[in-house]
Write a protein that binds this ligand. Sequence first.
Ligand SMILES: Nc1nc2c(ncn2[C@@H]2O[C@H](COP(=O)(O)OP(=O)(O)OP(=O)(O)O)[C@@H](O)[C@H]2O)c(=O)[nH]1
Length: 636
Amino acid sequence: MTPVHTPTDILWVLLSACLVVAMQAGFTCVESGLVRAKNSINVAFKNLIDFCISCALFAVLGFGMMFGPSWGGWIGWDPNAIIEKPSNWVMAFFFFQAAFCGTATTIVSGAVAERMRFSAYCATAVLTSLLIYPVSGHWAWGGALDGQVTGWLGKMGFIDFAGSTVVHSVGGWVSLAAILLMGPRVGRFGPGGRAIEGYNIPMATLGVFLLWVSWFGFNGGSTLALDERVPGIIVNTMLAGATGGLAALALAWAMLRRPVVDRTMNGVLAGLVAITANCHVVTAPSALVIGAVGGIVCVLGMSLLDRLKIDDAVGAVPVHLFAGIWGTMAVALFAHDGAWLPGLTRWDLFLVQLTGVLSIGAYAFVASYASFALINLVLRLRVTAAEERIGLNIAEHGAGSSVLDLIVQMNHQAREGDFSRRVDVEPETEAARIAMFYNGVLDKFQVENDRHKMALKKVAHLANYDTLTGLGNRRLCFEAIKRALARSARTGKMAAVFYVDLDNFKGINDRFGHDAGDQVLREVAKRMSRTVRDTDIVARLGGDEFALVLEDLEDAEQTRIVAKKLLAALAEPIALSNGEVLVTASIGMAFVEPGDTEDASAVLQRADHAMYTAKIGGKGAARSHGEGHDDFVPSL
Ligand SMILES: Nc1nc2c(ncn2[C@@H]2O[C@H](COP(=O)(O)OP(=O)(O)OP(=O)(O)O)[C@@H](O)[C@H]2O)c(=O)[nH]1
């Protein structure tokens, strides 16, 4: 007899369907939060698109295949299901069932996350919502639109109230087939392999809550009427989710020595999956147990997959497949007497449930595995290793992100070695905080680098300059003579080196003190520098000995003039704090002719010799020495 559906029933089913649609939001949060940021957009987008695909295909074909007139209990067929019978009830029922189809379809996106190509995923959504879900769904639920039982499993007495098997295990089987074919993500197993952390666990947790609330519609609406069963179903659903989470927390804590977040979240979902098949025929205490076992099954299942090196990015297989199997079998263990087909014993029911689990499992797994193999040939299931490394947000959708901006800028700095500019990212983004700290590091680096440069400069200065007078030292003088030799050869002009030694300087030290001697040396340096051109080099060789390097001389006469000026400048009295002092100097001059092959020390030695001649000749005079250049410049 066709049941009568009151407006209240229809309203209840519509509201429940809305909650089931909200599960899509829950899945989106859970899955995109449990993957790395570089794949988050891709996962969220897959959740959105698979819902679009499943809704459209379920309307066009799936609904008729699942709930249309049955062909021997194996498949329904009614392409006009929502066109020819558009009663309020049909529409409400369709809405509810289409949302279920969306749930079964979207489960796969989490398992295959971070490596399945978007186009291949779209094909997967078509496969699940058209080929897998409506067919096995018909076996269990065929005829439900009209209050009949037409599917072969349904007729056997198979009980799967809201779809532990029909929805969740089916999604889990398809997921398993896909991840077995595709293999694990890069870096997950093998040498250096590690668990991959989700980038936004609070968002994933929010997703679990969203799913939990939606589940009240998923299970509560499966009565298809607002009857006396609804409150108990909703309570059972709530309790199973709670104990699923607690049992998973306790077990994972004992196994891994810490309260593990993702396993606990999955435990809640596994508890909900487990209660889905039986929530209408079990007591609240039973729901507590069923949920807890669901959580335990899930945690053990996650560890098993790890051990088998099967990479399920979010744990979809343990949650939906393993807990789904448990929930379906739990019907036979916990249902109250009389809840099943008359004439069957509890053991018969157990076998019927097992038949349902195995037959739907075999169909969903084999059909999806074969289809995936085909999709892989045509579309390629998996992105390339390079695409996987940069992340599917960018590889598949060309999405930029603040993190990417930051990486590009940091990479540029590392390549060019230019750390002078701060990195610049959009404020209030996920990367802004990292950029702020990185810029802090850059600032500190800059300060240290400046200090380092200053120290190097100081060392370089100390190596080349005299600290007392600020003049170049012996080393710099040698360099200047070398340059003068090279330049003379190039330009064909003469150069000259003066060796200047103060006369009787020791006496000044002795009479006026060492500080006064220093003052005299500084004044001599100043006077020498003032006397010559800016381009000439004045150096202090040590003690009271100085040198002068003159370049681009037209003739020897020029040196005579310079020597005279120098002797005159030095002869001026030098004022000291405790008196006045007269200083003279003996100067030796060595000429550099174009084509001279001497080295710098030989030239300086000649100048030194000439100075010595000046000293023994009476001091206070300049003397040149050498072939064709014997000259004597007396003091004025
Ligand atoms: N105040 C001061 N004296 C220095 C410095 N370096 C060397 N002297 C002194 O300069 C003096 C140089 O003495 P001598 O080499 O005998 O030369 P001199 O007294 O000028 O004698 P003649 O060269 O023969 O005219 C020594 O007493 C050194 O101690 C310095 O940096 N500051």
